[in-house]
Design a protein around this ligand. Sequence first.
Ligand code: ZN
Length: 180
Amino acid sequence: MSSKGRLVLYVGPMFAGKSSHLIKAAAAHERVLALKPGFDTRDGAELVSRDGSHFAAQSVRQWPSQADEYDHIVLDEVQFMVAPHYEGDIVAELQAAKLRGAIVTVGGLDSDYRQQPFEIVSKLMQFADDIIHLEARCHTCNDPARWTAKTHETGRLLETGDQELYEARCNAHWCLPEKP
Ligand SMILES: [Zn+2]
């Protein structure tokens, strides 16, 4: 067992630049396995950030067998890697990769649009060696924002979307969406 493995976790609301940080982490190494959840069909086989950067990534619904060959693994949108969209225990799999010596860099939403924690991200926070909390800018007042709000209720907790469905909000301006 190597001692150099690390789990680095970027958390925050939508629009906080998580993907941009992950793409920078991926681009800093020559051999990197970049992963995204199969559930997230936006942007095809790439991690894409809103600042225009991108990095080739595999969409996965289970842990890829070739992951053991990589010393650097980058994974975005980890909150979507839950049943029935993902077959396996992503927390245990990332932890195992770290323990065999890989540098694992993960991004995810810490809270859903109801201000409730994504359990899988809470669990990862327990094992992470570094946790970087990113903030967005409040859609209403431009203050630092740590919450994601939905612009209208769709009845779905796990749902990909962009500015047509989600906004970053500060403490004062976060609210639940109105019922349809
Ligand atoms: Zn605000």
